[in-house]
Ligand binder design. Sequence first.
Ligand SMILES: [Zn+2]
Length: 178
Amino acid sequence: MRYLSVQKIPVIPLSAFVDHLDKKTPLPEHSVVITIDDGYKTAKSIAWPILKRYGFPFTLYVYTHAISRLPTALKWDDLREMQAAGVDIESHSVTHPLLTHPGKAMTRKDYISWVDDELVESKQRLESELGKPVTALAYPFGGYDELIVDRVRHVQQSYDGSDLRPLSRRYRRLDRST
Ligand SMILES: [Zn+2]
């Protein structure tokens, strides 16, 4: 973070990057987007104070099954507090599976409905807990293929007309951990 600051590298919110993709809105040269995956407590206790100190916007991608459940995970109240302070919170599925590999034999129909549930239920839960549209998805483990992209498109078209944008790994260079 100090490097970004010292080098005066522009840190832009994810929404600015999405606008750039959709509407060709110009971006500052060499700008970066900061994202943090999973929703662990350390995102709030360690990363957030540092990002705040530098005034850098960032997106937190959470998988909803963990929130207020796993001891290492943030609680819904934490997410509401962070959102109220300007943090962008988006979807990282429900249970954080490798969507391309369900881990057990499934019929194609069951597989597709399992993928859809991971996408839709996460978006719905976040929207109901946080009261704002969820428009971005980070693939768990960065795993996707043609079928997964197709299901994200399907969800985005069928879900109340709102948008769920998959961001492929090539756009997420600062986030290598998960
Ligand atoms: Zn993850």
